[in-house]
Design a protein around this ligand. Structure first.
Ligand code: NAD
Length: 460
């Protein structure tokens, strides 16, 4: 995959000889031009009214649903997402547009009493102008949609810079969205760092999802310009398993969170912390569950773990194994795609790369803990803070752990992976910067507050 070169190429990770896109990179000038055109189109979109915006977003939802099979097949082919997950992502994408189609009718402000005398004080939220969206490849329809739909609902225009690996998915989404919107209100600028940078330098509000290194640079650049920015970044998520847990259920959830979509989710589990007597049965059950994960062609509806996005990404998984013995996996299946077997390691020493950095593959480390407090300390001991899953039969235990975990999301008796689009989504530390995404939080992020004072005419 090329990000800085003149040509953008997107190829299927299951069969790298299958090239989906090979186009000239548009360059920084084209990206800034798209922002300018969006800025020209935005006032009419905002002024068009709630009913117009609501109808347009509903039309996008309808068209995503109508094209669901084709869109899922495209995600399978371009980013190697297993078919069952790809179908679920497309269904979620339609639901996201439908959910935000109601947002134009939401109240946009409040009325307050003046402190003294006659008049009214109003607070009202208004769109920023042009939302610049920079997205990763791993949720090629859902992430652009959960940024674009709320931005558009409240009256912004949007310029989306998708990951180069997901160019075909973004272009197809653009066809659907553009059919429902006036010209210039939603534009996709394909490209890599050059085009992403240009958008960060020109848009009025920036929403980024991707790796921590890039996200922090984007946040610094946007903050330097004084424009609002949110960055959702990497994770190094833990699953904590208590001795009273249903070990079979926990192992199933954790195996899915390690190996589903080859671990290429910010919410994947990469550290499994077994408390006390949970260690032995969990080791056995998790090893068995991981061995049973169907690995293979993402076009097969039974596949859970497909290929990694690139040869480089697979190399990262193998590098992370350095000096460790795999309890399960650690191998690279034969074939043309960039596959790696679901892998579990034990005995990683403190400071090992697996315990410090996001690998973004189907690999996790099993770690022992003396008690819940120790498990929480281990879970919190990394630079990231996105999500933790806790597996226990005891609600009291779960609740006592909740307050001490420092991640933005905590999931009890559920896989760490999984997102509810109508609730705030985000983490702490190196996982997130700025306000939360999704739900009502998104409507606030894509607007700025104004305070109006209305005094009676002719009075001093
Ligand atoms: P990436 O950081 O390589 O790229 C993300 C986007 O940024 C792409 O569109 C890329 O072209 C663009 N980009 C690259 N350099 C840039 C620059 N200098 N200026 C502006 N834009 C630039 O990430 P990726 O490989 O596409 O995605 C995987 C990462 O995304 C993982 O770290 C994963 O954890 C993270 N992720 C996070 C979430 C979340 O919500 N927290 C969700 C999904 C993925």
């Amino acid at each position: 995959m090329t990000t800085h070169l003149d040509t953008l190429t997107s190829r299927s990770p299951a069969d790298p000889s299958d090239v989906l896109v090979r186009i000239p990179a548009p360059g920084a000038f084209a990206a800034v031009d798209a922002v300018d055109r969006a800025r020209a189109a935005q006032p009419d979109w905002q002024a068009g009214g709630a009913a117009t915006r609501s109808a347009a977003l509903t039309a996008v939802a309808d068209d995503v649903e109508a094209a669901a099979g084709e869109l899922a097949a495209l995600a399978v082919r371009e980013v190697g997402k297993p078919l069952t997950e790809a179908r679920a992502e497309v269904a979620r994408t339609a639901a996201i547009w439908r959910y935000y189609a109601q947002a134009p009718y939401e109240p946009t402000g409040e009325v307050h009493e003046v402190a003294a005398g006659a008049g009214l004080l109003l607070s009202r939220r208004r769109p920023h102008g042009v939302a610049g969206l920079i997205t990763p490849w791993n949720f090629p329809f859902a992430i652009p949609s959960w940024k674009a739909a709320p931005a558009l609902a409240v009256g912004n225009a949007v310029v989306l810079k998708p990951a180069p690996e997901a160019t075909a998915c973004a272009q197809r989404l653009a066809e659907i969205v553009q059919r429902a919107l006036p010209a210039g209100v939603f534009t996709v600028v394909p490209g890599g760092a050059v085009e992403g940078n240009a958008i960060v330098s020109a848009a009025d509000v920036i929403s980024f999802t991707g790796s921590t290194a890039v996200g922090q640079a984007v946040a610094r650049a946007a903050t330097g310009r004084g424009v609002p920015v949110q960055a959702e970044m990497g994770g190094l998520n833990a699953a904590i398993v208590l001795p009273d847990a249903d070990i079979g259920q926990a192992a199933g959830h954790i195996a899915a969170a390690i190996a589903g979509y080859a671990g290429q989710k910010c919410t994947a589990t990469s550290r499994v912390i077994a408390v006390g007597a949970a260690l032995d049965p969990l080791r056995e059950a998790l090893a068995e569950a991981l061995r049973a994960v169907p690995v293979g062609d993402p076009a097969d509806a039974a596949t859970v773990c497909g290929p990694l996005i690139s040869e480089h990404a697979r190399g990262q998984v193998l590098d992370a194994l350095h000096g460790l013995r795999a309890l399960v996996g650690g191998t690279v299946p034969h074939g043309p795609g960039w596959y790696a077997a679901p892998t579990l390691v034990e005995g990683a020493p403190a400071g090992h790369r697996l315990l410090r950095e996001e690998v973004f593959g189907p690999i996790a480390a099993l770690l022992p803990a003396d008690d819940l407090a120790h498990a929480v300390r281990i879970a919190n001991s990394v630079p990231y803070g996105l999500v933790t899953s806790v597996h226990t039969a005891g609600l009291n235990t779960a609740l006592s752990g909740l307050d001490r975990l420092d991640t933005g999301m905590i999931r009890i008796n559920a896989p760490s992976s999984g997102v509810d689009f109508h609730l705030p989504f985000g983490g702490t530390k190196a996982s997130s910067h700025g306000p939360r995404e999704q739900g009502r939080a998104a409507l606030e992020f894509y607007t700025a507050g104004r305070t109006y004072t209305l005094s009676p005419a002719g009075e001093m």
